[in-house]
Design a protein around this ligand. Structure first.
Ligand SMILES: Cc1ncc(C[n+]2csc(CCOP(=O)(O)OP(=O)(O)O)c2C)c(N)n1
Length: 556
């Protein structure tokens, strides 16, 4: 097999075990039999448990068949971007890269949004496209897109997989999505391709152990002097569950990004309020004389300036080159080990103080809505009261997340999922499908606005066909509310943001799942009380008037 590969993310390499050098082309020739069979085998050996996609008539059907032959299920979706989000979410939960298989041309261009979601939200994903074969490129213009160039900016690496497959080479390639920062790798599948550059494999860059121990000592000193340290955990930390116990033992307040939600129990002793770099967590950060970030990825905070005066100790396993966070000390090394050494409790937080400070932030959200209206806060609190013991919750981009994210209780990583880095709409429903397949038999709840729901409505049939235990709740106000609350008088009014009301319950029934319309908290409570094991959609007709206050309470 020949692989030609280019990796565009220079800053991700130092200190990581990524095997590829940015901007270099890789061509590796090996002899083996049957590209589809060898690729399927390599995927199986990488631990892949399922594949998602929308095939075309080309060789990607060979791959689907080869996967099914080795008992790797193929889940047919309606749209490629949705299929990618399903695969990426499945990959995140199982911590194994999961493929999305699409056709050349329109399949490849249509999968772009889900691919960018995986890369910017750091979900592991393998995108397999077939392509106009190199040997025919001069003759065939139909559906011909330079797919390698198209995927380069939205993936960690893009490679042409041509001729027969070498397992060892593929193993290297298939580890790219789960090498931190997680993301998408693109494989352009060309059974008749040929090499076009030199062969290279890069040596792993070893971390500088001298610099690491000096940084650890400096960090230990700073933490030892701090009276009011506050910890911010980010998405890189979510995959390191040992940190939970280290943080509880440390006992300082913990703020969590969206993606790290659940690493520390939101109802536990150290609070675990949200961190977005908005107004919500400011009282906690203002009380800090030292801020310690653990696995915070720069794609996570909103792009407001960093205004905290307290020094920052940053723990990460990769070097982050940025102008965002002025770290006083950068500790680059394995997260659990460095955190265990650095987080020695010598501060003056007393029991309960951290929890009280963090729960004040949640109270701000509750008070943003009057209790006599069926608004987003009431909807969220009603849902919390009805939750089964185990649940995975997915949340779409839209004003509704302003109510869900700060209030949602979560005690395990990857139980509350949102697109934050890309912040794309049409995430929640396909992510719920990926989660339901990754956690068979467990109930999943998807929160979406009417705008996000209408973008991904066709996947209700996927839920019905697979009989997945997914409850979809639509915050239906027939408006792109997050945009409406940012509109000024010159911004076009209703024409820019308002729809005609859609009866999503009717759409759900037409797609083969139960559908309900609810107009009040009590109606919502009644429907929620049962049937978590059945696919259903609840079209909640909410009053959106509290959204501006929710935005002010969270962002400022
Ligand atoms: C694919 C995509 N298109 C557009 C946007 C910009 N955007 C963010 S939120 C939003 C409105 C979402 O409306 P809806 O789904 O109804 O949710 P609501 O804001 O009403 O809760 C839009 C248009 C986006 N984030 N993603």
């Amino acid at each position: 097999m020949w692989i030609n590969l280019r990796c565009p993310r220079r800053q991700w390499h130092p200190g990581t075990n990524c095997i590829l050098t940015p901007g270099r082309h890789y061509c590796l020739f090996v002899v083996a039999a049957g590209l589809a069979v060898e690729l399927a085998k390599a995927l199986g050996e990488a631990g892949v448990g399922a594949a998602f996609g929308v095939p075309g008539g080309g060789p990607n059907l060979d791959l689907v068949g080869a996967l099914l032959d080795i008992d790797i299920d193929f889940i047919l979706a309606h749209a490629e971007s949705s299929a990618a989000i399903m695969a990426a979410t499945h990959g995140l939960i199982t911590q194994t890269p999961t493929p999305v298989i699409v056709t050349r041309g329109p399949g490849a261009t249509s999968v772009a949004n889900g691919t960018a979601q995986a890369t910017l939200d750091r979900f592991p994903l393998i995108v397999v496209t077939d392509t106009v074969p190199a040997a025919q490129r001069q003759r065939v213009a139909h559906q011909r897109v330079d797919q390698r160039a198209f995927f380069a900016p939205i993936t960690k690496a893009s490679a042409t997989v041509a001729a027969d497959v070498d397992a060892e080479t593929l193993v290297g390639l298939l580890t790219v999505p789960t090498t931190w920062p997680f993301g998408a790798v693109h494989l352009d599948y060309d059974a008749s391709g040929h090499p076009d550059a030199d062969a290279h494999l890069e040596v792993v860059v070893a971390p500088d152990t001298g610099a690491l121990s000096a940084a650890i000592s400096a960090a230990v000193d700073l933490v030892g002097q701090a009276e009011r340290p506050v910890v911010i955990v980010g998405m890189e930390a979510a995959a390191t569950p040992e940190l939970a116990e280290i943080l509880v033992r440390f006992g300082a307040p913990v703020l969590s990004t969206y993606q790290a939600a659940g690493l520390v129990d939101t109802n536990g002793s150290v609070g675990a309020s949200l961190f977005t770099n908005g107004a919500l967590e400011r009282p906690v950060l203002d009380a800090a004389d030292l801020i310690i970030t653990i696995g915070l990825d720069l794609v996570e905070p909103i792009p407001a300036p960093w205004t905290q005066a307290a020094p920052v100790v940053r723990l990460s396993s990769v070097i982050q080159l940025d102008d965002y966070l002025p770290a006083t000390i950068d500790v680059v090394g394995p997260l659990a080990e460095t955190a265990r050494t650095v987080l020695q409790p010598n501060h003056r937080w007393v029991d309960g103080e951290a929890t009280a400070l963090c729960s004040q932030a949640r109270d701000h959200i509750r008070h943003a809505e009057s209790s006599d209206t069926f608004g987003p806060v009431q909807l969220v609190e009603t849902a919390i009261a009805a939750l089964p013991e185990t649940i995975t919750t997915t949340v779409d981009a839209g004003a509704h997340f302003l109510a869900v994210m700060p209030l949602w209780p979560v005690s395990e990583p990857f139980r509350l999922l949102i697109s934050n880095g890309l912040a794309t709409m049409a995430f929640a429903v396909p992510a719920a499908i990926g989660a339901a397949i990754a956690r068979p038999g467990e109930p999943v709840l998807a929160f979406t606005g009417d705008g996000g729901m209408s973008m991904t409505m066709a996947e209700l049939e996927t839920i019905a066909r697979l009989q997945l235990p997914i409850t979809v709740v639509v915050f239906n106000d027939a408006t792109l509310s997050l945009i409406r609350i940012k509109q000024t008088a010159e911004h076009g009014g209703d024409r820019a943001v308002a729809y005609q009301l859609t009866d999503f319950a009717e759409v759900a029934r037409a797609s083969g799942i139960d559908g309900y319309v609810v107009n009040s908290a009590s109606e919502f409570r009644t429907v929620l009380a049962q049937d978590w094991d059945r696919p259903r959609l609840i079209d909640a007709r909410i009053d959106p008037s509290s959204y501006p206050a929710l935005l002010a309470a969270t962002r400022g």
